[in-house]
Design a protein around this ligand. Structure first.
Ligand SMILES: [Zn+2]
Length: 741
């Protein structure tokens, strides 16, 4: 036992814990409570996995795939395959019982392998006849004497620093899943322990089966968050100084399309097994050839597919993976993010895969969380994007060792990261927003003193738009406030007055008597995960139900698009047609419309995030898999970029973008209507918008909305007399404003 609290002790007992949260994506952080709060007094960033599926030598030895020679679990090396070669295997399989045969082969392989390598001995879904062609690239654990490199564990042994681990594949023998792993890990810790490695693996399976935005993922995040809190609390109870590095070995990309690659190849008269061999890792295909001619033929077929890309030496060099053993693959083909090959060697086609990793390491959703905590430094810091190899020097440093003595890999770089209202954090902009919010808070609190006040919208999530323009510092986004409490109703109607006094286009003040029991919607999701309390109960937002991204309905996405249509129609047509210069208001509505189209796709894919900084790269990554027209996707990406980095009007926008915005909204609505089995996309938008207006089904409001959509579509081309159209637009826009503001 440690010394009792009252006895004097001069020796500081410290512990370093490496906590691997399998497949924990950086943006999951906002959907937790303990880790999210810990992040506000720690260093936070993202980590890129090494190319492929073999990361341990990176974490524990700082090695790249070039240095180990392998990036994938199975290598085409029949000479060292643990699977016995059965002569004339096809004939044997034809008359013997295939399952029994496979069991015998697997059993024999298991006997030849250590318990570590034995984890792979079942060969997953590799066809039985091909097993004996493959060896297991990493057959011993990083602490084993013959793991092939000097690992962190060897260094700790030499330095006399005791360590413990409870990690895959040994955790398979621990009962009670992740909770059991944590309990068993804590049992192993003693006051002498200086380093511990624990691996919680549940999240990965949930991500694959249900998807990163699913309700199942929400529950799994709640569980893992609780377990991290247990680790944190127990460590502080037993040690004076606690350093913890939480990390996701990779992220999880939402799967929107599956491709049967074997079928695609056969359709082009290419049959693996004759002149070339093929191994299907889930989003990656590796090829080996018996002739250069075949290689050229396969390569040219692969290059014509629109669902992935052949990696050239330049691509691979980017990831330190251009000098691996040929047995690791002579040609690599990787699916575009959001596409998975099915069937593959790890999942047979009967399994519906909704999330996948193993895409190129720099695909943002393929990255994992990185959170570095030190009880001796509680300032908020940022790590940015780090490489998996940097885990090695980080662990050495946490253990009090000098990384430079053991590796040339640079340690993690941490920079101060105070909480901000805007992305760029320019001092004058932050000061302006802070002043505005102080005034707004005072005005709201004078009417509703017993309620909590939360900033929501772009400022709430730290992505507010502010520019330095001709008229000084200008606030581009609306201020949105949620007032939650018994007297919240008294603040109703304050928005117009606040907008005038703060100088913004709009200001929304939404009163709410209670946060409990709110139904799922994009607005409530944003409030729950992207709001910031500035007065009253600091936990006010945590009392809102914990929605999953997939809880946001298609109808909600349609309503968003209808609101954006209305926003565009507030811009005078001469301005939309380029007869007058674009005002800031026009640019705001235009960019919101394009971003809205992108958001609608993400809601439909079940992977929305309240933060634009997550949505923008997610949209870009999935655009190809979602088969979105290239011109529309480019305009949507431009709008996301503008949202994160606004400039004075017109910025990057031209009047022609109004035509593109109309097409982008129409395309997004078509996608929603197809998924919702709605007959007409415009009818869906109007009906969804009416849901939010009281009383529902009001004929006059329906008429306004219908006319608005008709005019919105018609003005994509100059088919109507400009003067008549502009008069109609003005009337409709005024009528629309009257019903919704
Ligand atoms: Zn996985």
């Amino acid at each position: 036992m440690r010394q009792s609290a009252c006895s004097p002790h001069s020796i500081v007992e410290s512990i370093a814990l490496l906590v691997l949260l399998d497949a924990f994506r950086p943006d999951y952080l906002w959907r937790t409570e303990f880790l999210r709060d810990l992040a506000r007094r720690a260093a936070v960033g993202a980590m890129e996995e090494p190319f492929g599926f073999l990361p341990r030598a990176s974490y524990f030895g700082g090695l790249t795939p070039n240095e180990t020679g392998y990036s994938n679990i199975f290598a085409r090396e029949p000479w060292r395959s643990p699977f016995p070669c059965v002569p004339d295997v096809d004939r044997v399989l034809a008359y013997a019982d295939a399952a029994t045969m496979r069991t015998r082969i697997v059993d024999e392989a298991r006997q030849r392998l250590s318990d570590f390598g034995g984890r792979y001995a079942d060969g997953f879904a590799i066809p039985t006849r091909e097993l004996s062609s493959y060896a297991i690239a990493e057959a011993t654990p990083p602490w084993g004497p013959r793991c092939g490199y000097r690992s962190l564990f060897h260094i700790l042994d030499e330095a006399g620093l005791p360590w413990v681990q409870c990690s895959w594949p040994y955790t398979r023998a621990v009962a009670g899943a992740d909770a059991g792993i944590v309990a068993s890990f804590l049992d192993q810790l003693s006051e002498e322990t200086r380093f511990g490695f624990v691996h919680l693996s549940q999240l990965d399976a949930v991500g694959h089966e249900s998807g990163p935005g699913s309700a199942a993922m929400r529950d799994a995040l709640e569980d893992i968050d609780r377990l991290c809190a247990v680790l944190y609390t127990r460590a502080h109870e037993r040690f004076d100084r606690v350093r913890m590095l939480f990390f996701g070995d990779h992220g999880m990309v939402t799967v929107v399309r599956t491709i049967d690659l074997l079928e695609e190849l056969r359709g082009r008269a290419l049959q693996p097994g004759r002149d070339f061999d093929l191994f299907l890792d889930s989003p990656m295909a590796r090829f080996w050839f018996r002739s250069g001619v075949k290689r050229d033929e396969v390569t040219s077929v692969l290059r014509r597919f629109d669902f992935g890309r052949v990696l050239d030496a330049h691509d691979l060099a980017r990831f330190d993976a251009d000098r691996m053993h040929p047995s690791n693959g002579e040609l690599l083909f990787v699916a575009h993010p959001g596409i998975v090959f099915s069937p593959n060697a790890f999942q047979d086609s009967a399994v519906q895969v909704r999330g996948m990793h193993g895409y190129l390491p720099d695909v943002p959703d393929n990255r994992g969380l990185l959170l570095s905590y030190d009880s001796a430094d509680r300032t908020p810091r940022s790590i940015g994007v780090a490489q998996a190899t940097q885990i090695f020097p980080a662990c050495l440093r946490m253990c009090g060792l000098d990384p430079a003595e053991h590796t040339t890999v640079p340690p993690l770089r941490e920079e101060p990261a105070p909480r901000r209202w805007t992305t760029a954090g320019i001092l004058a902009h932050e000061a302006r927003v802070s002043d505005d919010l102080v005034r707004a808070r005072a005005a709201i609190a004078s009417r509703a003193p017993a309620s909590a006040i939360a900033v929501t919208g772009s400022f709430g999530r730290g992505e507010g738009g502010v520019v330095s323009g001709a008229h000084g510092v200008e606030v581009l986004n609306d201020y949105d406030f949620m007032v939650i409490g018994p007297d919240a109703g008294n603040a109703a109607g304050l928005g117009t007055q606040l907008a005038a006094s703060l100088g913004t286009d709009f200001c929304d003040v939404m009163p709410l008597t209670s946060a409990a029991g709110l139904p799922p919607s994009q607005l409530h999701f944003d409030l729950r995960y992207g709001g910031r309390v500035i007065a009253g109960d600091p936990c006010a937002l945590d009392r809102i139900p914990a929605f999953a991204p997939s809880d946001i309905s298609l109808r909600d996405a349609a309503r968003l698009l209808m609101n954006r249509i209305a926003g565009v129609m507030l811009v005078p047509l001469p301005e939309q047609r380029g007869h007058e210069a674009l005002t800031q208001f026009a640019v705001n509505q235009l960019s919101k419309a394009l971003v809205g189209a992108g958001d609608a796709y993400l809601i439909a894919a079940g992977d929305y995030s309240s933060r634009c900084v997550d949505r923008a790269p997610r949209f870009s990554a999935l655009a190809s898999a979602l088969a979105i027209d290239g011109r529309l996707a480019a305009a949507i990406e431009k709008a996301y970029r503008y949202k994160l980095n606004p400039q004075p009007a017109p910025g990057v926008f031209r009047h022609g973008d109004f035509v593109i915005a109309r097409a982008a909204i129409a395309a997004a609505l078509r996608q929603l209507a197809a998924q919702a089995s709605a007959s007409c996309e415009w009818e869906l938008a109007v009906a969804a918008a009416l849901d939010s207006i009281e009383p529902p089904g009001d004929m006059e409001r329906r008429a306004i909305l219908e006319k608005l959509t008709v005019l919105f579509r018609a003005t994509a081309a100059d088919v109507i007399d400009p003067a008549i159209a502009e008069t109609a637009r003005q009337r409709l826009a005024d009528a629309w404003l009257a019903v919704c503001h």
